[in-house]
Design a protein around this ligand. Structure first.
Ligand code: FES
Ligand SMILES: [Fe+2]
Length: 388
């Protein structure tokens, strides 16, 4: 039987796809369309995004509360880079965790270490990456240990979140999102701790996840019984995008808030009236996502893996004192269940979108004004892939 070719990029080719993305990236909001389906399915297009958005951008890999003490480390494998994010006692570093001998990983998972000792031939590295031990190498002529440190990725900690820039050439992140830092000041992001985490291996493109996170239009669909009653789609809005970030708000019905937010967790002491009447949705391009609530911040750690595969970890970030509450475990169990239901409401339809994008009949769709953040993301993606 003949193979049926339905991958849109295979049908149209990468050059035509890029032209279409450029056209859509230039549309005004009231004419906005989705990117073409090939932008969600094509391996060649994904590689353009890797080269134009992920490697040159800032990708969030951890929060400082995950690495509070000297020696705390977390392994991060992403886009072919094997990293270890480590607290060396002075600062947070992002090191390559590929051994300089014959490329075995010097650590896995997360934990606390005095040094990294490669399991293969026991070369050992200090927390700052210096090679400090290499057994049985006496006969290797001109073996220079100083040239065998674990290479370091560029890393920046902004508001408690650890970002890495893989190509080393990104402009500094803190000034690029300073206005967002100010807007989020009341949440004191750098002192939050992880309350719980939910993980999902998602069979769809990273943009589908970002788009769904940033628009409330779909509250009337998958969230008809969860978000829509208290946070109706039509009350939501998105601000004008800044170069490095954007934000939107899911506004509560006046008769619903503040009760709709009350899950038994204490509010942030500094949150203002407006922050108690709406939840905030923040995107640092390309895919760092935060949802703000009066009592917690939900961090969506998004890892694009392939055109049709994205890893999501959704973290409930809480005030540290919250963990002392006598009924903390009970509150979080309810919260995790609630958020899992909501996440799966999205993921179930997102999976079908990805399958739909491969249909030979599918074309770009028109967007609502409530999907302004998708229009903004389109412009970011169009710029990123054109730059390569
Ligand atoms: S590969 Fe690490 S010591 Fe040989
Ligand atoms: Fe949703």
């Amino acid at each position: 039987m003949d193979t049926v070719v339905t991958d849109p990029e295979t049908l149209v080719g990468i050059d035509a796809l890029l032209r279409e993305v450029a056209r859509i990236g230039a549309l005004p909001l009231n004419r906005a369309e989705t990117l073409p389906p090939g932008a969600y399915t094509s391996a060649a297009f994904f590689q353009r995004e890797v080269a134009g958005a992920f490697r040159p951008g800032w990708m969030c890999v951890a929060h400082v509360s995950q690495l509070p003490s000297r020696g705390d480390f977390r392994s991060v494998d992403w886009l072919g880079e094997l990293m270890v994010i480590v607290n060396d006692g002075q600062r947070i570093r992002a090191l390559s965790r590929v051994c300089r001998h014959r490329w075995a990983p010097v650590c896995t998972g997360h934990g606390n270490a005095a040094a990294f000792v490669c399991p293969f031939h026991k070369w050992s590295y200090a927390l700052d990456g210096r090679l400090i031990g290499a057994p049985l190498m006496e006969e290797a002529l001109d073996f220079d240990r100083d040239t065998c440190a674990l290479p370091e990725y560029r890393a920046e900690v902004v508001d408690g979140f650890v970002f890495v820039n893989l190509d080393g050439n990104a402009p500094p992140l803190a000034p690029a999102i300073a206005e967002m830092s100010a807007a989020l000041a009341n949440y004191q992001l750098d002192r939050l701790v992880v309350g719980s985490v939910l993980e999902y291996d998602c069979r769809f493109n990273w943009k589908i996840m970002v788009e769904t996170f940033m628009e409330c239009y779909h509250h009337i669909g998958p969230h008809a019984d969860t978000f829509e009653p208290d946070f109706p789609a039509k009350l939501s809005y998105v601000e004008d995008s800044r170069e490095a970030w954007t934000c939107g708000f899911g506004v509560g019905r006046p008769e619903s808030v503040p009760e709709a937010f009350d899950v038994g967790l204490p509010r942030f002491p500094l949150v203002n009236q407006q922050e108690c009447e709406a939840f905030g949705l923040y995107l640092v391009y390309p895919c760092h996502l935060l949802a703000t609530f009066p009592d917690r911040v939900v961090w969506f750690h998004v890892e694009p893996i392939a055109p049709d595969r994205t890893r999501l970890r959704s973290y409930q970030m809480l005030q540290p004192e919250t963990k002392q509450l006598p009924d903390f475990a009970k509150i979080m169990a309810i919260q995790d269940k609630t958020f899992d239901v909501i996440n799966l409401e999205d993921i179930d339809v997102n999976v079908m979108q990805q399958i739909g994008a491969k249909s030979g009949m599918v074309k770009s769709g028109r967007l609502s004004h409530l999907e302004k953040a998708i229009w903004q993301l389109n412009q970011f993606v169009a710029r990123a892939v054109a730059a390569r």
